[in-house]
Design a protein around this ligand. Sequence first.
Ligand code: HEC
Ligand code: HEC
Length: 341
Amino acid sequence: MKKVIIGTIAIFILMAFIPLNKKFKLDRSTSVVELQEVLGTDYRSKKPNTKVRGVKASIGEDIVKNGFSKRKGEKKSRRQSKHFVCSSCHNVKKEDPNLLHPTPEDRLEYAVNKGLPFLQATTLYGAVNRDTYYNGDYEKKYGDLVKPARNDIRGAIQLCALECAQGRKLKDWELESILAYLWTIDLKVGDLDISDEELASLKDAVDNPALHNEGLRLVASKYAKKSEATFLDPPADRKIGVGLKGDVTNGGRIYEQSCLHCHYQKRYSFLHLDKRALSLNHLDSKADTYNNHSLYQVVRYGTFSKYGKRSYMPHYTEERMSDQQLADLRAYLAEGERIDY
Ligand code: HEC
Ligand code: HEC
């Protein structure tokens, strides 16, 4: 009997050591953060607190995509926002082919190819890999509210739930579950522009502590640590517009991937838009005016949430829609084909 007990204990002790001996495997499917952790960066404070009861990535995914979820043994939670879900304004997939120098031109092309919307807010894919949030001019819009959100992803999620989504505060288990979900859509080594030689040198860095810092520097040189935000005004003279010649075809792609994502059949808005003459002629006739249906007005300033009508349209920063793209949209409204569905 004693022998059996000792034998069992010995097996348990051995098993406990097996994971330690498992070699870290680095390939293009490896998570960027796991690699950085092996090279010595500490990400613990950014990880979800799984001690909070019921925290689960699948619950977080439900909230991000549907606005509510359910903990085991409890009834469904109240919708986070009456107006939006997180994915009304954020993609949850990679949206920039080049993660070091993202541009709205590349993003639009990528969005069309992948069937993704072209949105005001930065994708949540890789959000955990960024160091700061609500960068640049967002401080102008939200003022001191940005402080707890700038360097803290939990603060960023909570600020967005309240201010962007115009909804209620997230409970602890909801917030930590969203964070757990965001950790399932973190950057992978294959998302970065890394050559085979660089991958080999990263493998060397993993095996050799003296090369850890070099490895970390290489990884850091491959993606932007924050999503920049520059606010632009509408053109000074709306009759002249932004002063660039627009491309009608490209404008049509923007209309489809951007405006129609929220406005077609009033998905997230009270205003229905489509590609019929009625919609396009309306927007065309208002564009060069100071009416609140002017394209220039809504793209650069968005609309504001009012008491009793809290849903609003977020504006596009320069990084999310360029002036050239605005000119393309303007050209499309004037000359794009009117379709009878
Ligand atoms: C109405 C649109 C809208 C909705 C709904 C919305 N957001 Fe946002 N969110 C934004 C905008 C605009 C920003 C500004 C910064 C950016 O993303 O470029 C932002 C920023 C963020 C950021 C910081 C991103 C960064 O890199 O700066 C996080 C994280 C975030 N939102 C999470 C969420 C979550 C989680 C939800 C759902 C509970 C949500 N958002 C709902 C529009 C929205
Ligand atoms: C993320 C979702 C979203 C996107 C993308 C979007 N809108 Fe909006 N838009 C809204 C919401 C929400 C409102 C607020 C008023 C409402 O609920 O109808 C609004 C308001 C407007 C208004 C003013 C309506 C009013 O009654 O005051 C116009 C015009 C408009 N959008 C046009 C556009 C155009 C053109 C585009 C493409 C460049 C676009 N929108 C892209 C969500 C969006």
